[in-house]
Ligand binder design. Sequence first.
Ligand code: FDA
Length: 321
Amino acid sequence: MSLFRSGLLLLGESSALETLVTRTPLSAMSSRFVRGEDLDDLLPAVRKANARGRTVTANYLGEAEKSRENCRAAGDVYLELMERIGREGLEAGLSLKFTQLGQEIGRSFLRENLKRLLEKGREEGVFIRFDMESSEHTEQTLDAFEELWSEGWRRIGVVLQAYLHRTEDDVARMNELGAPVRLCKGAYAEPPEIAWQDREEVRRAFARSMKRLLVGGSHPAIATHDGRLIRETVRFARDEGIGPERFEFQMLYGVRRDLQDRLLGDGWAVRVYIPFGDAWYPYLMRRLAERPANLLFLAGSVVRESPLGVLLPGGDGRTAA
Ligand code: FDA
């Protein structure tokens, strides 16, 4: 992993910088990747995505939460979201993080908070995906998921990150359970002892797991914007006679809409991950770390919103052409 990327990911964990950045006009940058602050901002985007042939997985932003009150409040937002998905018959599920709902407070608190969401999900027919966080949470997340699965909860799924050395074994473990897996590259700074650092190594690991999931998994989600991996997935699916009803592609809101359209046009299933909420700082920092060009966009907006901005084309100080 480059120093640049790990530096940005580290900044994503800084609460001092978060306070500074979220209070400045830089928050405008988040609107490229995050769909507003509440359900009234989110739902029009879900309807629009559905009307354009995409299913949705909606994420209320939040992680590493240590206050019981905030964890319960996040659960309440998800309950209301499921209610509205059910009422409107939207093609949408949820993506949530265990640390948003109380994993860092304790196992029994997390279970209690989660259980009401699982019950509501069953009632409304809403699928709930558990995002995967940094490696200190991997084992706990998979164990908690497996426990829920063994209690008979279905309509739930987990995420595996191709950059972790352990992931191919975890793919086998989840395939054996018959549990739906979302495969992504992985978005955190992880050390070389446990994770591939080289982009090509990560790609190769992703491709190996993708094939195992397509052949032996249960409706896997291939979550990437990497054109090479997407082409490899399409080629493999065609060669193996695996149709669009057996897996889906997933992409992030605001990223590669052109690719989403192309896949839909070729008859493949595409789901968009749409985050909303005001706790967007760590999410935004991960998106910036993935693509240096986003920083140029960010730098441009800093200049535009500073006193220097009036000197730029389109600034307030623009003279008539
Ligand atoms: P890569 O980063 O190589 O990008 C390929 C191309 O996609 C780039 O060249 C660019 O064109 C475009 N692109 C990618 N990211 C972009 C960005 N931020 N802005 C603009 N363009 C961009 N991770 C995790 O650890 N746990 C999780 O639970 C999830 N969940 C998840 C769900 C979904 C639906 C997706 C798509 C991704 C995740 N991720 C995740 C994030 C994932 O691990 C990874 O960090 C990103 O998807 C970026 O990797 P790519 O596979 O897209 O390749």
